[in-house]
Ligand binder design. Sequence first.
Ligand SMILES: Nc1ncnc2c1ncn2[C@@H]1O[C@H](COP(=O)(O)OP(=O)(O)OP(=O)(O)O)[C@@H](O)[C@H]1O
Ligand SMILES: [Mg+2]
Length: 265
Amino acid sequence: MNEDASPPPPPQEPCTLEECLRNRGYAAPRPLRSDGNAPVYRADDRDGSGRSVVLKLVRSAADFAAERRRHERLRGAAGIVALLDAFVARGHGGVIVTPLCAGGDLLDFVSARGAPLGAAEAAALLHTAGAAVAAAHGRGTVLGDLKPENICVLEPQHGIARGNVAVIDVGTALNVTAAYQPRGAGGGQPRHSEANDVFALGKSIANLLLFKLDSCADDVASLAALPAPARELLCAMLREGPGAQPRPSIAEVLAHPWVVAAGGG
Ligand SMILES: Nc1ncnc2c1ncn2[C@@H]1O[C@H](COP(=O)(O)OP(=O)(O)OP(=O)(O)O)[C@@H](O)[C@H]1O
Ligand SMILES: [Mg+2]
């Protein structure tokens, strides 16, 4: 008798969301956001760390697989939120688990305090979020959907400071937000490129400096409160249109004296 001929076991149905959360030790799930593409919950991690986690319920299996793959490619990169866990639950494309950034996203953080980004905060943001972009580019990955909603503050009491922000939502490179892309980028030019990540980061910072939280800060020249080198750097990051000089690479942004000074030397 050939023992290898026994039929394979039937594929197991994935657990329900409630069962998966219980089995994996995530307790007291409660809604955090429901206004995006994917409902997002926070929960307590019962692994003994005492931390809170964010559970992102990605609807489609393909989007879940892509987000997990991109997280794995970016694993350990400074300034990018860590992937703690990823699993399939019945009726969902998949669940992505990341540590809760207690300060929430930059758009909410700056709106809630009612005061625009300051120059020192802008430099710190360029330093840390810029390092995240550089790490991604170094691994051949374009982030794509950089914007204030996709950068979070870790510890609210430390504010927008070097090492206290992290890029989240790394799974949507093909699904960029037009308001943070250069004009005309959809008309034949690639929307998804390293140069457009530089633009999106510059645009995010310009909007927060100008307190234009509706994504339509166009008048970069009005960033008058900034020191001249800072203004020049942001203007260079925001170059667009036919005939414009190329934008600096993220490595050039990080090497700018204003950003280097934000890193402490
Ligand atoms: N780790 C986290 N810490 C704190 N807040 C988070 C975290 N992850 C997500 N959020 C909050 O939830 C919002 C939505 O999450 P996310 O950006 O990952 O999904 P999305 O934009 O709705 O989905 P998509 O991937 O389809 O673009 C974020 O803008 C942020 O406010
Ligand atoms: Mg998002």
